[in-house]
Design a protein around this ligand. Structure first.
Ligand code: NAD
Ligand SMILES: O=C(O)C(=O)C[C@@H](O)[C@H](O)[C@H](O)COP(=O)(O)O
Ligand code: ZN
Length: 358
């Protein structure tokens, strides 16, 4: 097992590896002892598969558990309120500790709850997906609004991230694919050689646990370095949004949860690469095709359906279209794109997709 440091907020560790939940008893006794109550907000599917293991790692401490709907459905105002109701009913106080147990959706809503319950209580991320190498680190919390993805949230760092890779063994193929898109994002914005390694994977089933752990560690290191430099997204943190201007628009247009976040990010990165004139655009499209990313969605979504959402992106102001662009691997930049150009390249992208799908 390894521990990576994140020097943001109150600096914290990301414990990563098989059996990582054992660090609760090895290293977090003081934090657990200090809590008057321990509450777990758990994804319902994850709870059915792995809750017993988590609870036994907390022993002798007891925790009360609130399950939230699986995946994206948890990121709603209703679920957010129901989490608060649960904490209040359980008699939680400012001295209570919250654990987020699940993928990025659970982590985002539970983090938002932790940051707002009695104006903030400590929380620990216990992520269970590949994608969560991204979401559990860096302190972005959020729920969705029908008018835009992640529109309501806070920046609030966890006390620790305890990333037990044993939990990943039950992930279905489309969630592996989703998570690997954010891994590819971290490679695109940081390192050509690592990107080559990822683009060489034609089926994620080829990856063994050791290789996967290597990719997750690299991804976390890229993310941590950016967050350490710019915790509140005044500048370089925007680069972590590579592919997200279109991705969030697709998610909002289709309805949250109808496409996984990472799959939408893959489509968004393809579009951003074409907008940027990046030399690896074709390779990336072929990688997406061979790994089963749902490219067909773009065929079905006219530009007008995503335009309004893209104009409301958090990186925009005054209705401009803003993208993280990448002419060269490892050298992202942030720029405005004229609407007409965005439209033309979108049509070109759909054409390229049609070509690879035939
Ligand atoms: N805060 C951030 O910095 C950040 C970064 C990236 C993504 N996100 C957010 O994360 C969310 C996506 O998170 P995600 O991809 O981790 O998925 P998720 O939380 O939406 O979960 C996806 C599905 O996988 C299931 N699942 C989770 N762990 C499992 C396991 N170990 N075994 C079997 N099934 C399991 C869930 O029940 C759910 O059905 C999006 O809402 C996205 O916006 C946030
Ligand atoms: O941590 C960040 O910063 C990111 O942008 C990571 C993204 O992968 C993630 O999807 C994030 O939630 C997007 O943030 P948003 O501010 O665009 O909602
Ligand atoms: Zn993302």
């Amino acid at each position: 097992m390894k521990a990576l440091r994140v020097e943001a907020g109150k600096p914290y560790s990301v414990h990563i590896g098989p059996g990582a939940v054992d660090v609760f008893s090895a290293e977090y006794q003081e934090l657990l002892n200090a809590a008057d109550r321990i509450a777990v907000i758990a994804d319902e599917t994850v709870a059915s598969l792995h809750l017993r293991r988590l609870l036994s790692s907390l022993k002798p401490h007891e925790a009360s558990v609130f399950t939230v709907p699986a995946g994206e459905a948890a990121k709603s105002a209703e679920v957010f309120m129901s989490c608060h109701s649960f904490l209040l009913e359980q008699g939680c106080s400012r001295k209570s500790l919250l654990l987020a147990f699940g993928g990025g959706a659970t982590g985002d809503v539970a983090g938002f709850v932790a940051s707002t319950f009695m104006r903030g209580i400590p929380f620990i991320q216990v992520p269970t997906t590949i994608l969560a190498h991204d979401s559990a680190v860096g302190g972005k919390t959020a729920i969705n609004h029908p008018l835009g993805k992640n529109m309501i949230g806070t920046f609030y760092q966890p006390e620790a991230v305890i990333y037990d890779l044993d939990f990943l063994h039950t992930l279905p193929a489309h969630e592996i694919r989703s998570g690997m898109a954010e891994v590819a994002k971290h490679a695109f914005i940081s390192n050509e050689q690592w990107l080559e390694e990822i683009l060489a994977i034609r089926s994620f089933a080829e990856m063994d646990d050791e290789q996967l752990m290597g990719h997750l560690e690299k991804g976390i290191a890229v993310k941590a370095a950016i967050v350490e430099e710019d915790e509140f997204e005044g500048g370089v943190r925007k680069y972590l949004n590579f592919g997200h201007t279109l991705a969030h628009a697709i998610e909002a247009h289709l309805g949250y949860g109808k496409i996984t976040h990472g799959e939408a990010v893959a489509l968004g990165m393809g579009y951003a690469l074409l907008l940027s004139g990046h030399p690896k655009f074709e390779d990336f499209l072929s990688w997406c095709q061979s790994n089963g990313y749902p490219l067909h969605h773009l065929e079905e979504i006219p530009f007008e359906q995503v335009l309004g959402f893209m104009k409301k992106d958090k990186k925009s102001s005054g209705g401009t279209l803003n993208f993280v662009l990448l002419q060269e691997t490892g050298v992202p930049n942030f720029d405005m794109v004229e609407e007409e150009r965005a439209r033309i390249v979108y049509e070109e992208f759909r054409l390229k997709i049609r070509e690879v799908l035939v």
